[in-house]
Design a protein around this ligand. Structure first.
Ligand code: ASP
Length: 357
């Protein structure tokens, strides 16, 4: 605010009063401007981080065409989610849109292209968590819901429950008009061949009378996850997966288990995991990252590193995670050869990586 002294007669009491009034008002204007500036800078923190699974992802095993296809799809998901955040939309919509793109692509082990279980079926798990309310929703063992993350959101918003499984989850989704598909929609030849290979290895172990059959780790990952921080400081985390190739007996992994494969809390951070789910359940990996920040004063990077390279690693687990904290800091880490991942932020970051660089 400019102070115009031209018309003020400061020699009269009225003039002095007017000058004081002008000074007070100008102070208000400055305070107002600086509070707007800090609001704008807090709005500038919005960001989105994505993973497309961790595992044996090595440059020497990838063709240029495969690398380009993964990069293109991850960029598409980043752009879709980021556009929501840029327009002031809620973090949950950003997460949903990004994950839907990955679920609809056969490149990833979620939705179309999910891995096969021991019986040759595709059974999928997904979860979502809202960091402001800690409300959560999840589905497990579903076979006909086109976009499992949408079912997780529906469970969060339309039930008193957190996790619905199997037929019940499918009936509920159908009743609420979610898109249902024939199980053949999810088929991909590549994943079916992975199942045959995994079962071949399993047979060989059975013949050798190995006791380690349940622990065959074939590194066929590809789970997808997304964490977003919106302009209002809301953090949402979502994860969607077909689980692990050749899984059996109604096995449910970490992805639909709140605190294990997925967690969000506006006071700390949001986390989405990928890897051998049993280890992420045993360590409550995603929640542990938040705990280390809140209780042990760890930075986001330190917390993610500790969970992957100490907690998970020391038990023999493999995988990785992505995380975003309330200040817009991002961290990702993994103890496998690679992890598909991407990050886009209001500060101009736009990173896509897949190898252990
Ligand atoms: N964590 C998933 C599960 O165990 C698999 C993965 O991320 O690749 O079901």
């Amino acid at each position: 605010m400019k102070i115009n002294l031209k018309h003020s007669n400061i020699s009269s009491p009225k003039g002095i009063y007017l000058l004081l009034l002008t000074l007070v008002l100008s102070n208000f204007a400055c305070a107002d401007r600086s509070s707007k500036e800090s609001l704008t800078s807090s709005k500038k923190k919005y960001a989105l981080v994505i993973h497309g699974g961790a595992g044996t992802i090595k440059k020497e095993n990838m063709t240029e065409a495969q690398e380009a296809a993964y990069t293109k799809k991850i960029q598409e998901a980043l752009d879709a989610g980021f556009q929501v955040l840029e327009n002031g939309g809620h973090a949950e919509i950003a997460v949903q849109q990004a994950i839907n793109i990955l679920e609809n692509s056969p490149l990833f082990n979620a939705g179309k292209g999910a891995v096969f279980n021991h019986k040759g079926q595709q059974e999928m798990d997904a979860s979502i968590m809202d960091g402001r309310t800690l409300n959560s929703g999840a589905v497990a063992g579903i076979r006909h819901i086109k976009n499992p993350i949408n079912a997780a959101i529906l469970v969060k918003d339309s039930t008193r429950h957190v996790l619905l499984s199997g037929q019940g989850a499918e009936d509920f989704a159908k009743l609420h008009g979610l898109e249902m598909v024939d199980s053949s929609y999810f088929y991909s030849e590549r994943r079916y061949q992975s199942l045959l290979r995994a079962q071949g290895k399993e047979q060989a172990l059975i013949q050798k009378k190995s006791t380690n059959i349940e622990l065959i780790d074939n590194h066929q990952y590809g789970t997808v996850g997304c964490v977003a921080l919106d302009q209002n400081g809301n953090i949402v985390a979502g994860t969607s997966t077909g689980g692990m190739t050749n899984k059996k007996y109604g096995r449910i992994g970490d992805s639909p288990i709140i605190g294990a494969g997925n967690y969000a809390n506006n006071a700390s951070c949001g986390v989405s995991c990928t890897g051998t789910g049993e280890y992420f359940i045993r360590t409550l990996a995603a929640h542990q990252v938040s705990n280390l920040i809140l209780l042990n004063n760890f930075s986001l990077k330190e917390a993610v590193r500790q969970v992957i390279h100490q907690d998970i690693d020391s038990l023999g687990g493999t995988g990785g995670m992505i995380a975003l904290d309330k200040n817009g800091n991002m961290a990702w880490d993994f103890n496998t050869e690679g992890m598909y991942r991407g990050f886009k932020s209001a500060h101009g970051d736009n990173i896509i990586e897949m190898y252990n660089e």
